[in-house]
Design a protein around this ligand. Sequence first.
Ligand code: ADP
Ligand code: MG
Length: 158
Amino acid sequence: MGRRAIYPGSFDPITMGHIDIIERSARLFDEVVVAVLLNVEKKPMFSPEERVEIISSINRWDNVSVDTFEGLLVHYAVEQNAQVIVRGIRAVSDYEYELQMALMNRRLEPSVETVFLMAGEAYSYLSSRLIKEVFKLGGSIEGLVPDPVERLMRDKLK
Ligand SMILES: Nc1ncnc2c1ncn2[C@@H]1O[C@H](COP(=O)(O)OP(=O)(O)O)[C@@H](O)[C@H]1O
Ligand SMILES: [Mg+2]
């Protein structure tokens, strides 16, 4: 049986940091499901459907698929027959929250292991939130998101 990993997140929008983590996950695991969390942010830039479409359009890996989920992540992982949850860690600041989530998820579902990956250092400071903030204020985000994403962001501001 192959190893299947879930990479969950908001991905509003997907950044080069996310893509770096997907790339590393696709090399480590037989299958990776990028799972967009539904119904959390009140005012997202892109709807979950748009985010799925964006991620699918830049999906260059044979073993990566895109999906949405709601409710408990571990329930979704079990439903998907996944053994692994992938999360990205940037700075120490991510660690505390991610540790809490990982340990709670382990308690809820001991069969699912959380694996943390670090993006390349060039992307280690990137977050969707910061990119949106800079972009809305007119700063350049070239190279921080895929080109099609930047174009779609520009359309959103119009
Ligand atoms: N630049 C980055 N480098 C490494 N990991 C990242 C980066 N940006 C986001 N991540 C990770 O990707 C995952 C999804 O992030 P995000 O879309 O912000 O969703 P969430 O709402 O779950 O934080 C999280 O594990 C986050 O830490
Ligand atoms: Mg986040």
